[in-house]
Ligand binder design. Structure first.
Ligand code: 3SL
Length: 238
């Protein structure tokens, strides 16, 4: 298994695809997606723009849909909820399709949606993602961070490092595909005992703290907390 890390969708190659892409948006899209499915959501459909989300979700029975929208960390007007994983409780999301658009995570998902296999990873479901890769043994794996508006995000690359670290601990058949994997591993080794503090120092973590999302940060920092793996069934639908 040859593993590559790409810090952002913009740094991800456009002329070829991997056997398996792991999309990572620790704060908070892929944490929210994992939490919603774990809480009994029927499915999640991701959109990069709000207008398309509204049009497509309109064709879905109102009692079976939830619209989640986030821009700049804040909930989008007209949606049922923002992008907080803490809102994804069984009574709210159970049996429903979550139609979601976020600033960066849903864009990252679209960037690699044509790959033969696409899953989402976050700290809370890190081991579930690793177990899937160990079982499927794809020849090439891309760990794709969502970043923030084209820039690098500390927490996504740290999570990529957490996935690479666990893969390396479980098998010696891991080839390091690019230098970014080595950087991601070093980051994870630096922060692994204090992931919440890593969030506190990161630019998006600070942005969310300014929006009073302290509890979200605590939740998102719990490594291997849920045994759930969002797997793409068709482009952008998990
Ligand atoms: O950028 C994104 O996709 C979001 O996850 C950002 S936020 O954590 O909801 O602010």
């Amino acid at each position: 298994m040859k593993v590559f890390v790409y810090h952002t969708p913009e740094l991800t190659p456009i002329d070829h695809l991997p056997d398996c892409a792991v999309v990572i948006d620790v704060l908070r899209a892929t944490t929210t997606i994992a939490t919603a499915l774990n809480a009994g959501a029927d499915s999640v459909q991701a959109f990069s723009d709000l207008t398309t989300l509204m049009q497509v979700s309109e064709t879905w029975p109102p009692e079976k849909r939830l619209r989640a929208g986030e821009r700049g960390g804040a909930p989008v007007e007209g949606c049922d909820m923002g992008n907080s994983p803490l809102d994804c409780t069984p009574d709210i999301v159970g049996g429903k399709r979550l139609f979601i658009t976020t600033t960066n995570g849903t864009r990252a998902l679209q960037r690699v949606e044509q790959s033969p296999s696409v899953i989402t990873g976050s700290l809370i479901n890190r081991q579930a993602a690793v177990n899937y890769l160990l079982h499927k043994q794809p020849e090439t794996v891309w760990l794709v961070g969502s970043g923030w508006e084209g820039g690098y995000s500390l927490e996504d690359t740290t999570c990529a490092g957490a996935i690479a670290d666990s893969l390396k601990q479980h098998t010696d058949k891991i080839d390091i595909g690019n230098d970014e994997v080595i950087a991601a591993l070093a980051l994870y080794h630096h922060w692994q005992d204090n992931l919440l503090e890593m969030f506190n120092q990161s630019s998006h973590g600070k942005r969310l703290l300014r929006l009073n999302c302290h509890e979200d940060l605590k939740y998102c920092s719990q490594i291997d907390y849920l045994d759930i793996l969002p797997i793409q069934k068709e482009p952008s639908i998990l």
